[in-house]
Design a protein. Structure first.
Length: 127
């Protein structure tokens, strides 16, 4: 039991984890730090326009995951620059990150817990 508790403490402190498809899930603090330090990062919100209008991260571009032209919009991004992607809680952004990986993007960060985690962490939101 003691080892299990230590294990949980260890993994809870890890800021980034890579899933089976190769995308990096990133906690809000690390996501924010990347936005601050890498000015070439492309920030994509894959929620619906209505969700986006209710609040989003500063400088985010809205690519509606459910729109018929979603893949075409992803293709407009620069493969040589990092892509930071988020949705409401992480499902759509995880799928979008997998699509980006298949399209040849190398540096993809997916906000773990999505916009809800960002907001819950007290991070800046614009409307």
């Amino acid at each position: 039991m003691k080892n299990f508790v230590l294990f949980l403490l260890l993994i809870s402190g890890i800021a980034c984890t890579q899933n089976a498809s190769g995308q990096t899930k990133t906690k809000p603090d690390t996501f924010e730090q990347t936005l601050k330090t890498d000015k070439s990062a492309q920030l994509i919100d894959v929620r619906t326009p209505e969700e986006f209008a209710s609040g989003h991260l500063e400088n985010a571009r809205n690519f509606d995951y459910y729109a018929p032209d979603f893949a075409k919009k992803l293709a407009t991004l620069d493969k040589n620059k990092p892509v930071l992607v988020y949705c409401a809680v992480g499902g759509r952004s995880g799928s979008a990150a997998a699509q980006l990986k298949q399209m040849g993007f190398k540096n993809i960060l997916d906000l773990e817990g999505g916009f809800r985690a960002w907001s819950a962490a007290g991070k800046k939101v614009v409307k």
